[in-house]
Design a binder for this molecule. Sequence first.
Ligand SMILES: [Zn+2]
Length: 253
Amino acid sequence: MRMRVGEAVMGRYDRQLIEFSAEEQESIRRSNIGVVGCGGLGTYVSTALALAGVGKLVMIDPDVPEESNLNRQFVYCKHVLSGKKPKPKAELMKEWIGSMNPEVETEAHVGRFTDESAHIFDGCDVMVDCLDSVSSRMTLNRYAVKTGKPLVHGAIDGFTGQLCTIIPRKTPCLRCMLGDLSDSGKTPASIGSVAMTIGSLESTEVLKLVAGREDASRGRFFSYDFADGRVTPVDFQIDPDCPVCGPSPEHRI
Ligand SMILES: [Zn+2]
C-alpha cells in the first residue's frame, strides 16, 4: 500500500487521508468487518469498505443472484446476464472485492447467519446488518450483544430506510428498540438508490467506528423517509427487561 503521509506519494487513499489521520487509516487497514448479507445493502457496504481500505471482509449470504436483484445489486449484472448459472453471491462478492482492491483480505461463506454459523465472525471487530430477514437480524443482534461487538444496523423498504449503530451494553440493542419482531412474509420494496444510500451510511458508520472516532449519534435510531425528504432521529433507552442485553441474565434468550 502506498501510504506515506506527509510525503508526496500519490496513492489510492490520498483523498481520504485529508480527513483521516495516518493512524486512523492504519486502524482501518487492520480492521476485520463482518458483513451479513450480500444483497442490496451488502453489495454496497462491502464495496465501499473495500474501497476505503479495510483489512478484511467476512461475508455471508445463502443465495445465488437472479434477474430481479439487478435494479440494485450491480455487482451481479454481468453474471446473471451471461445466461449461465451464476455462482453464489458471497463468492461473487469475494471475486469483485479482489478485482477492486486486492489489498483487502476476503472470506466468503455460502449460508445463512444462524446461531450455529455465527462463530465464523468471531475474529471480526464490527458487524454490519445487511439482512432482509427480521429473524436473522434478531439472531445477529443477539450475537453482537453476546460477543460485545458493535453492530451497524440498516434496513430499507421502498422509499424508507433506517440506520442505527449499537454498542452492546452502552446503547440500546435492536431488541430494546424494535421489540419482538418477526418476519411479515412480505417481500419489501427495494429501490436501488435507497439501498445504496443506506448501505453508504452503514459503511460510513463502520469507518468511524474502526478509525476510533467518537460519535454522539451512537445508539440513536434514524428513520429516513426519502419520499418526503425527512429524517427522524429517535432516542431509545436500554430496556432493563430486555431479554437480549438487559441486566437480568435469567431473562436472557
Ligand atoms: Zn436490548
